[in-house]
Ligand binder design. Sequence first.
Ligand SMILES: [Zn+2]
Length: 468
Amino acid sequence: MRCFKLIKKYKKQIFFATLMLVLLCVVSYFIYHNFSTSTISCTLNREYENYKTQIVVHFNKDNTLSIEETFETGDNAILKTKRIEATLLEYDYSVLKNKIIVKHNQTYSKDEKEMVKEYVESGYSCTNEETVDKNIEYNLSNYSTYQEVGTPYEEVEINAFSDDKDLREKVLIDNNNFDPEVAGIYVVTYRMSLSDVRDEYLYRVIHVEDTTPPTLKLKGQEEITLKKGDKYTEEGVDVSDNYDKEIKNKVETEGEVDTSKLGEYEIVYEVTDSAGNTSTVSRKVKVTSKGGIIPEIKTENGITYVNGTLIANKQYSLPENYAPGLRDDVYNAFKTLQQDAKKQKYSIEILSGYRSYSYQEKLYNDYVKKYGKEKADTFSAQPGHSEHQSGLALDVGKLDESYGNTNEGKWLAANAYKYGFIIRYPKGKENITGYAYEPWHIRYLGKELAQKVYKSGLTLEEYFGIEE
Ligand SMILES: [Zn+2]
């Protein structure tokens, strides 16, 4: 009775409380039904040569699946391929350093249990289900291949077995993006379908590279010899490349030829293609004296040698203390000349041989007193500059310009080289030697060099290229 009384007393409150409870239940169910996911999920972990993947499938109440794949690879090209794939499929994705997480939802029409069974049979581990082991052997003989640009596509060996079933014929190869003519990094995808809910992928990265350097060929000769003052014409190079079409204007030329300066020049041609392959060729250009010589001038104890030959002239002097006397080989060579001249009935005598520095000094100063400096300089050497001090020069026959017109003088001029001598100050070369014509002054050079200089028709200065 008390009970009823109490109910009666709190009738309103009880009614509201019950109503609230029912309402709470309805709202809870509504929330549960619409917003909660089921507790069923299936997971598949796979690890391949160049990537790792985890696929998690959540079963939702509304017959949809939330599928999330975490794909991990150290290869940027593969990561990029996955990203492009996700974009094309319009899946949500986020990229981390070497990972991509791809999410999408999928509806299914089958019964949930049947669906879970399908995942389990495909090798996924699902909530509250016993896992079925799948024995899968899926690999390539090579995952990262390199090939030269322009070489055709070549397949690698594929292994594809599932529970000893040979699936090699069923592997779908996607190499549609591959272009062997364009350098770059390509990814070829190998898809092996195991069931409606499980596909296995392999990725092969193909590096198409240009490792062939451009072909660089000299136009004209590799070695060119020019005489001083000749014109150098730059003929350039022919260039081509297996890959770069616009390679012609990439050739860089280094070096210049100055034909007014004797020496050896090198012109270097270099070209680098867009892949960084470099080719170099070079050309040697020699600018020689009129005698074909590149002079090497050395000074030893104050004595100047050009390519080993002692030089004493207006430009190069001998030191005061250089006093070799007339050299034996010079004297002997002259003796032979003299004997042979005798056979022609010419009697050629030495008028002046070796002269010391001090003797030349006295001689020169006397000439200057007598004729003045300007005139004296045309026929007499200043001390130190006389060839006579070298012990290699002789005045023979007659100290007269007309001596050159005599038969003896002509014979001397035409035959001296055979004995190792040259007429040192020829006619018409006064501006080069600095001396008036002296048909009597012979200089010993040795047979070999004397012949070369004589045959060249040049003065010793021109022959060596040391004329001022
Ligand atoms: Zn002389």
